[in-house]
Design a protein around this ligand. Structure first.
Ligand SMILES: [Zn+2]
Length: 369
């Protein structure tokens, strides 16, 4: 019996050592991801869709046809709020018509504060030769197919990412109501995967060239409201952000490189080519809280980063290829590599609190009264 327990312990210890540090499937350790994409540069995207997403604090992706004279100022304002603008070709012809680079260049000439590095194929028709798409974009959206709701691994082909066409023409999921959107989001959560919605016009609004398959704004609102109410389950963000996170997560090695009883150093690195994108989206990570520690501090490249402690783990976000990560028990270890850290920290009810100048803050820096 004693031998059995020894073996059992060895197995458990071994297993926990193997999983000593982990990268979350999706940002914030949420179960699944969802991206809302909008095609054809409709006026309603600026007047109605952008404000709706801003109201919930979520970011969307807008694929523009550059020859259709989109309201560049209006879409620039959306980008300034953190939304993404991608390419939907220059002329909306079949199979991109060789407009991969010219449409990207046009967007980059009109829109600042981001780089155009994703594309939605017009009419979902991918080109027969992917060379130019691969040379200009980190991923491309198509539609329908077998991968409408992806699993944790993301798409089989980054240049054929599936999407659900929402609105009146959606016979499969009938996304004209909040309930239908929520049912899709719940399926994504069940698969711990990623779903991409592809929307054109908004019912009853000025949709310009985007008259196809209009979607009621209240259906979109219901989807965002459900997402907000289920924040642990679903990560709503741009197409680009999910592409970056998923590729980084799959390519990044997160390893402990040194450590003793009071301080541990980890590396977080990948070697994805960075000619199109830096691939520096922060990854959500966790490491076990070492036995006996009742405080923890994390820094990357000498800069202290926020953390949360729960379930005997330390949770934080860090940038791949952004420098070594140091986990330490005492503030001194952090003070040695940063400067002017005057705060003290403590853990109350499993939550890290930061006390500075007589005030108390949570790990996100919000003051607690
Ligand atoms: Zn289109």
């Amino acid at each position: 019996m004693r031998k059995f327990f020894t073996l059992l312990c060895a197995a458990i210890c071994c297993a926990s050592w193997m999983n000593a540090q982990e990268i979350a499937n999706w940002s914030g350790w949420r179960t699944a991801a969802a991206s809302f994409t909008f095609d054809d540069g409709a006026p309603s995207h600026i007047t109605d869709v952008g404000p709706l997403f801003d109201e919930y604090g979520y970011k969307a992706t807008f694929f523009l046809v550059t020859n259709w004279n989109p309201n560049w100022e209006g879409f620039q304002a959306l980008v300034d709020n953190g939304h993404e603008v991608g390419s939907h070709s220059k002329s909306h012809g079949q199979n991109m018509q060789g407009e991969e680079k010219s449409s990207k260049d046009s967007i980059n000439a009109h829109i600042t504060g981001q780089d155009c590095n994703t594309v939605g194929y017009p009419n979902c028709n991918a080109p027969s030769d992917f060379t130019a798409v691969r040379a200009n974009y980190i991923a491309a959206r198509t539609c329908n197919g077998n991968e409408m709701i992806m699993d944790t691994n993301g798409p089989a082909d980054w240049y054929k990412v599936g999407a659900i066409i929402t609105g009146s023409n959606d016979v499969t999921y009938q996304t004209t109501t909040a309930e239908a959107f929520v049912a899709v989001l719940q399926q994504a959560v069940q698969k711990a995967g990623w779903v991409v919605f592809m929307t054109h016009g908004i019912v009853g609004k000025n949709n310009g060239m985007a008259s196809y398959s209009p979607t009621p704004i209240d259906a979109l609102r219901g989807a965002l409201q459900w997402a907000q109410n289920n924040d642990n389950d679903i990560w709503v963000t741009t197409f680009r952000n999910v592409v970056m996170y998923c590729k980084e997560r799959q390519a990044t090695s997160f390893t402990q490189v040194s450590g003793d009883n009071s301080r541990k150093t980890y590396s977080l690195t990948h070697n994805i080519a960075d000619n199109l994108c830096q691939y520096d989206y922060p990854l959500s990570l966790r490491v076990p809280l070492p036995n006996g520690w009742n405080s923890a501090y994390v820094s990357q490249a000498g800069h202290e980063i926020n953390l949360q402690m729960r379930d005997d783990y330390v949770y934080f976000d860090a940038i791949p290829n952004g420098g070594d990560i140091v986990l330490s028990e005492t503030a001194e270890a952090i003070d040695n590599i940063t400067t002017a850290i005057t705060a003290t920290k403590c853990i109350e009810n499993g939550i890290l609190l930061i006390k500075r100048n007589g005030k108390t803050y949570n790990a996100q820096g919000a003051e607690i009264k």
